[in-house]
Ligand binder design. Sequence first.
Ligand code: 48F
Length: 257
Amino acid sequence: MKLDETTISRAIIDRFTEKLKDALSVDVVIVGGGPAGLMAAYLLAKQNKKVVLFERKLSIGGGMWGGGMMFNEIVVQEEGKRILEQLGIGFTPYQEGYYTADSVETVSTLCSQASRAGAKIFNLMSVEDVMVRKERVTGVVLNWTAVEMAHLHVDPLCVQARCVVDATGHATEVVKVIERKVGAHLFTETGRVVGEKSLWADVAEEATLENTREVYPGVFVAGMSANATFGNYRMGPIFGGMLLSGEKVAELILKEL
Ligand code: 48F
């Protein structure tokens, strides 16, 4: 069979358009494809929720690919070990309570499990704003990362969602947009983004779970974004808290939907 280039192009355009149109109204939008966002996407999709994840970069995986300082191994503590087992990620005991895993295997497995469970993952798209109705966030405002990077004056498109997860990591981008546009109405002590503190792994890992919650009607924070929003420490290259935070946000949203 002779291959026809226009058929190849049409196939890509048709299939992508179908996928994007199907993602315009969903149960959950997850912003950010790091470990917390991917874990939440996997668990929500597994429960048959309609989930779409938008990631700004070409690659999914956020800060996990590079392990610690580009040594591509991650550490997971005792509490997070069962998540590695659940996902089928190989790990090696290091010393009591500490396990290591290959960061490339971990990211690629998370990504594959989330996609296979039915979550739709779009890379190269950035969430730049939210939609608000009667003091509740009802969706996100999207543009191509390329448009954002080139500072082109191109209007965005919108996706409606029953719940939105800010899993944007240290940047806390969705919550910061809400704070800027809606004012001091977040469910934090100050009503505003409190801000990330310096590094303290032990405290930060536990705090990540406590801080994984709804921060504005319709919006939940997970992963490092949760600690930055509620004003807690960062933890460096230990990832159990990120995975458990993704699990917790999925459980909270399942109760709400
Ligand atoms: O930073 P990231 O990996 O977040 P996380 O899941 O995990 C944090 C850890 O990697 C590490 C740590 C703990 O061990 O401190 O930093 O909380 O992934 C966040 C992803 O969100 C994307 C960003 O490119 C990254 O891949 N992102 C950020 N803002 C946007 C976005 C946006 N506005 N739209 C789309 N994607």
